[in-house]
Design a binder for this molecule. Structure first.
Ligand SMILES: Nc1nc2c(ncn2[C@@H]2O[C@H](COP(=O)(O)O[C@H]3[C@@H](O)[C@H](n4cnc5c(=O)[nH]c(N)nc54)O[C@@H]3COP(=O)(O)O)[C@@H](O)[C@H]2O)c(=O)[nH]1
Length: 848
C-alpha cells in the first residue's frame, strides 16, 4: 500500500516536472486580456494565468480567436481554459467556473461626441454597437425590447473595431466593459455615457466536467492572493493600471446601477401599464367594432365604402345579399361585377362627383342586375372620406331601397290623377293642365279650347244592359276619342259619361282656331255616333259637345263651367250636336242661379201659394187644377213657367212638389166635408223629377193619409215626355197609386210621341188635349182633326178627355160638337186664389 502511494506521488511529481499542456483561448480585450506579440496570453487575466501556470509548471498553449469563436472552441472542448468569462446561469449549464471571481466588471455605453444620452429611452433611433454573443448584447436587447425602445443593435467582432466605428461616426454608441472603455475612450475620443449596466464577475472557464483540476488550482491561488495585498494578483493589477480595488464596485457605479434599475423598473411598469392600456383599448375597440358591425349588418340599408378606383373596401350584409356573395368575395371588386353596363356607368358618374369634387350627393339611383332582369330604385347618400390632410381616399355610401315606396307613390299618383276605369286623366289632372295652359296662353297667346262631351242617354244603356256594359262602352269611347286626338291634347274623364278634351296651340289666328275647334267637335260627334260593339252586337248612341275658346281673364274653373253650359245647351237643342259657349248662356245661368237661391228663400218664407182653375163637365164644376204661384215680395205674383224649370234642375221641385201635394190633399179633405164640394177633385201637376223619385208613391200616400183626403178625388197630371224614361218603373208606381183610387191624367196630349203601345199599358183615366190645338180649332183643320182623333182615342181606350185652354164660346161649342165633355180654360175661369175660386164656383158659374 505504502509502495503504491509512493509510486503515485512519484508519478505526480514526474508529471509536474514534465509540465502539463494547457490550451488557452486568447482574444483582444485589453487590459483584461491581450495576446502578446509572441501570441502569449497577457493582460490582467493573461498574466495571472501565466503566473499560476509558472508555479504549477503548466505549458500554456494559446489559441487566438475573437470572443465569439473562443467561446465556441471552449464549448467544443478544443481549448481548456478561457479567461474573462462572465458568469451566467445559462453558461453554467455548459461550462465550469471556479468560485472566487478573478475580476469584477460592469458595462457602460461609450458615446460619439455630441450624442446626448441620459436614459435608455434616448437610444430610440440610435445605432449601438455590441460584441457578438456577448452578455451586453443579450442584456441590452432584452432591456430595449421590454421597454419598447426601437434602437438598432449592431454586432461587431471586437471592442477595438467597435470603438473605431463609433469614432468614425458609423454608430452612435458602443457597449463595453468598463476596463476596456476606460482604457480606450480617450484614444478614440469617445465619451463615457451615464448608462451603466450589468455588473458581472469574471472567471476562467472550462468545458463542463473537463478541467476541474485546473480550476481547483486557480481557485486556490486566487483566494490566497486576493487576501494578500502584496500578492502577484495586486502586482499584476497595478501593472495594467487597474488601481482601484477590483473586488468591489465603485459607489457611483452602484448608485448609477440603482438609478438604472429604478428607471428600468419604472420603464417596465410603464411598459406593463401601457401594454395593459393597449390591451384594454384593443378589447374596447374590438367590442365597439363588433357592435358597429352588428348595427351595420342589421340596418335595412345598403352601406358600403369604395376606394378612389371604385373598388369595394367595405360592404354590409345587405349589400352582400344584393350581390349574392359574401362580403369578402365582393371586396376589391367594382360595380361592373354586379350591375349591368348602364347602371355601373351611372354609378361611376355619381361616385366621381363625390371622389373628384368632394360633393356630398343625394341621388335616386335605378340599379339593374347584370342580366338586367332585377331593377330596384335606391335613394343613395354618398359622401367623401378624407385622411388627416383632407385628401379624399374613399367614399361612403348609404343606399335605401325605395322601389316599393316609388311604386306606391306611382299608384297614389295614378289614383289621384287618373280615372280608374279608362286610365284617362281625371278632373284634378285636367284642371292642373288647364291652369297651366291658361297661364301659358296669357303669356303667349296661341289659342286653346275646351270641349265638354256628354254621351246622350247613357243612363238607358246602364239600365238596359247593366253597369258592366256601361263601363265597357265608356272604355271603348275613351279609346276611340284618344285615337283621334294629338299627343299634346288632353282627353280626360270627369266621371259618369262626361269627357273633356283640352286643345292647346291651335292657331295664332282666333278665327282659324275657332274653326279648328268646331271641326274637332263635329268629328267627336261623328265618332260617338258610330256603333260600338257590345257583347258582339252594335250599340248606337250620340254625344253632345260644348265648346269654349280660351279668353282673357277666364280661369280654368270658369272655362270648364262654360264648356259645360255649352254642352247643356247642345243637349237642350236636341242632343247629338255641338254648341259654342256664348255670353247669353252665361246670363241665363246667372239668372238661374239667382232664381234657385230665391226659391230656397221662398220655400223657407212660405212665399208659395196655390191657385185653382175650374174644370167643367156639362154645366157643373167637377174639379180644379192646382197651379203654383210664387208671391214674390218685390216682383209680385210669379208664374210657374218662370221658376219650375229651375226648381226641376236644382232638385228643389221635390220639396216644392211635396208641399203642393200636401196642400192639395188638405183642400180635398176640406171640400169633402161640404156637400157642395164633396165631389170636386183636384188635378195636381207632377214633375218628371218627382215621378222618378223613389219616394214618390210613399209621398202621395202620406199626403192623402196626413190630411185624410179621398184618393179618388186626386188626379195626378203627367206629361208624355216624363214617360219616355224607365217606363216599367213608372207604370208600377202608377199601378200602386191607382190601386188606392188615385187617378192619372196625361197632360199636353198630342204634342209628344203619342204611342198607342204605351198608352195601352198606362193606368190612365184621362187625356188632356193641349191648348195649342184648342186655340186654332176653328181655323186649323189639322188641329181640329187632331182633337177629333184624341177624342176617338179616348173613347176606344175608355179614357175621359178634357180640353184645356178654352177661351171662347165658339171654341167651346166646337169642342162640344166634336164630342168633348170636359173643359178647362179662361172661358170658365182663370186660375185664382182659393177664396175667389170658391166664391166664383159656388153659385156664379152659371152666370158666365
Ligand atoms: N210640377 C208642377 N208644375 C206646375 C205646377 N203649377 C203649374 N205648373 C206648371 O206650370 C205650367 C204653367 O202653368 P200656368 O202658368 O199656371 O198656366 C196654366 C194656366 O194658367 C194655363 N191656362 C189655362 N187656361 C188657359 C187659357 O184658356 N188660355 C191660356 N193662354 N192659358 C191657359 O195653362 C196652364 C195649365 O196648363 P196644364 O198644366 O197643361 O193644364 C203648367 O202647364 C204646369 O206644367 C205645380 O204645382 N207643379
Amino acid at each position: 500500500m505504502i509502495r503504491t502511494i509512493v509510486l503515485l506521488l512519484l508519478l505526480v511529481s514526474a508529471a509536474k516536472a514534465l509540465g502539463r499542456e494547457v490550451v488557452v483561448g486568447v482574444y483582444q480585450n485589453p487590459p483584461k486580456l491581450v495576446a502578446a506579440a509572441d501570441g502569449a496570453a497577457s493582460g490582467i487575466l493573461g498574466d495571472l494565468l501565466t503566473e499560476i501556470a509558472g508555479r504549477e509548471n503548466w505549458q500554456l498553449k494559446t489559441v487566438q480567436c475573437d470572443w465569439a469563436y473562443c467561446l465556441q472552441l471552449l464549448q467544443a472542448g478544443e481549448i481548456d481554459l478561457l479567461p474573462d468569462v462572465a458568469f451566467s446561469e445559462e453558461r453554467a449549464l455548459l461550462l465550469d467556473f471556479h468560485r472566487t471571481p478573478a475580476l469584477f466588471s460592469w458595462s457602460q455605453l461609450y458615446l460619439a461626441p455630441g450624442v446626448p444620452l441620459d436614459s435608455l429611452a434616448d437610444l430610440t433611433g440610435k445605432k449601438v454597437l455590441v460584441l457578438r454573443d456577448s452578455i451586453q448584447q443579450r442584456y441590452l436587447q432584452q432591456q430595449l425590447n421590454s421597454a419598447g425602445i426601437e434602437a438598432q443593435l449592431i454586432e461587431t467582432r471586437s471592442m477595438a473595431e467597435a470603438f473605431a466605428m463609433v469614432a468614425a461616426g458609423q454608430a452612435d454608441a458602443v457597449a463595453a466593459n468598463h476596463y476596456f472603455g476606460r482604457a480606450h475612450m480617450d484614444e478614440y475620443q469617445l465619451m463615457q455615457g451615464d448608462i451603466v449596466f450589468q455588473p458581472v464577475q469574471l472567471f476562467y472557464a472550462s468545458r463542463k466536467g473537463r478541467n476541474q483540476d485546473l480550476l481547483a488550482v486557480i481557485e486556490t491561488d486566487l483566494a490566497q492572493w486576493q487576501a494578500n495585498a502584496s500578492s502577484p494578483y495586486y502586482h499584476i493589477l497595478q501593472r495594467w493600471g487597474a488601481n482601484t480595488p477590483p473586488l468591489q464596485m465603485p459607489e457611483r457605479v452602484w448608485w448609477l446601477l440603482s438609478m438604472l434599475s429604478a428607471l428600468l423598473l419604472l420603464a417596465l411598469l410603464g411598459a406593463w401599464w401601457l401594454k395593459k392600456q393597449v390591451a384594454e383599448k384593443t378589447r374596447h375597440l374590438q367590442a365597439s367594432e363588433e357592435r358597429l358591425s352588428t348595427i351595420l349588418n342589421s340596418v335595412d340599408a345598403h352601406i358600403y365604402i369604395k376606394d378612389t378606383k371604385g373598388r369595394y373596401q367595405y360592404l354590409n350584409r345587405k349589400v352582400a345579399e344584393l350581390f349574392g356573395c359574401t362580403a369578402e368575395q365582393a371586396l376589391g371588386r367594382r360595380d361592373d361585377a354586379f350591375f349591368d353596363a348602364a347602371t355601373s356607368a351611372n354609378l361611376q358618374q355619381n361616385d366621381q362627383r363625390v371622389l373628384q369634387q368632394g360633393q356630398r350627393i343625394v341621388e335616386e339611383e335605378r340599379n339593374c342586375s347584370l342580366d338586367g332582369q332585377q331593377c330596384h330604385t335606391y335613394l343613395s347618400v354618398k359622401m367623401p372620406l378624407r385622411d388627416a390632410k383632407g385628401k379624399i381616399y374613399a367614399l361612403c355610401g348609404i343606399s335605401t331601397d325605395i322601389t316599393e315606396h316609388k311604386q306606391q307613390q306611382q299608384e297614389i299618383h295614378q289614383l289621384a290623377f287618373y280615372d280608374a276605369l279608362t286610365g284617362l286623366p281625371n278632373r284634378r289632372l285636367l284642371l292642373e293642365r288647364l291652369q297651366h295652359a291658361v297661364a301659358l296662353n296669357q303669356r303667349q297667346p296661341q289659342q286653346g279650347a275646351l270641349l265638354f262631351i256628354d254621351l246622350d242617354h247613357f243612363k238607358d244603356l246602364n239600365d238596359s244592359l247593366g253597369h258592366a256594359m256601361g263601363d265597357k262602352l265608356l272604355q271603348l269611347a275613351a279609346q276611340r276619342l284618344q285615337q283621334h286626338l294629338r299627343k299634346i291634347d288632353t282627353l280626360a274623364r270627369l266621371g259618369g259619361d262626361e269627357f273633356v278634351v283640352l286643345l292647346t296651340d291651335m292657331h295664332p289666328d282666333a278665327e282659324l282656331a275657332i274653326q279648328k275647334a268646331g271641326l274637332i267637335a263635329d268629328k267627336i260627334v261623328q265618332l260617338m255616333a258610330e256603333a260600338f260593339m257590345l257583347q258582339e252586337r252594335p250599340y248606337s248612341l250620340s254625344a253632345s259637345v260644348g265648346v269654349v275658346m280660351f279668353s282673357d281673364g277666364c280661369n280654368a274653373d270658369e272655362l270648364l263651367q262654360r264648356a259645360d253650359l255649352a254642352m247643356y245647351d247642345a243637349k237642350e237643342r236636341g242632343r247629338n250636336g255641338v254648341r259654342f259657349f256664348n255670353q247669353q248662356m252665361q246670363a241665363e245661368v246667372s239668372a238661374r242661379t239667382e232664381l234657385a237661391t230665391g226659391l230656397r228663400q221662398a220655400m223657407a218664407q212660405q212665399q208659395f201659394v196655390l191657385h185653382f182653375q175650374p174644370q167643367i163637365q156639362g154645366d157643373t164644376t167637377v174639379g180644379a187644377e192646382v197651379l203654383l204661384r210664387w208671391q214674390h215680395p218685390d216682383k209680385g205674383l210669379v208664374a210657374p213657367g218662370l221658376f219650375i224649370p229651375v226648381a226641376e234642375s236644382s232638385g228643389q221641385i221635390l220639396q216644392i212638389g211635396r208641399w203642393v201635394l200636401q196642400q192639395a190633399c188638405m183642400q180635398l179633405a176640406e171640400w169633402a166635408r161640404h156637400s157642395d164640394t164633396a165631389s170636386w177633385y183636384l188635378a195636381v201637376n207632377v214633375s218628371a223629377r218627382q215621378l222618378h223619385d223613389v219616394h214618390f208613391v210613399d209621398e202621395v200616400k202620406k199626403a192623402l193619409r196626413d190630411n185624410g183626403a179621398i184618393a179618388e178625388n186626386l188626379v195626378l197630371e203627367l206629361t208624355e215626355s216624363q214617360l219616355l224614361q224607365d217606363i216599367d218603373t213608372v207604370i208600377h208606381k202608377m199601378q200602386q197609386l191607382t190601386a188606392l183610387g188615385v187617378r192619372f191624367s196625361l197632360d199636353d196630349f198630342g204634342t209628344g210621341y203619342s204611342s198607342l203601345s204605351y198608352l195601352k199599358r198606362l193606368p190612365l183615366s184621362q187625356l188632356k188635349i193641349d191648348r195649342s190645338f184648342v186655340r186654332d180649332i176653328l181655323t186649323d183643320a189639322n188641329d181640329k182633326a187632331i182633337i177629333k182623333t184624341i177624342l176617338a182615342l179616348g173613347q176606344s181606350l175608355e179614357l175621359a178627355v178634357i180640353a184645356e185652354g178654352v177661351e171662347t164660346e165658339p171654341q167651346y161649342q166646337k169642342l162640344l160638337q166634336l164630342g168633348c165633355q170636359q173643359f178647362q180654360g179662361y172661358l170658365f175661369g182663370k186660375p185664382v186664389a182659393l177664396a175667389e175660386f170658391a166664391k166664383a164656383q159656388l153659385g156664379s158659374f152659371t152666370q158666365r
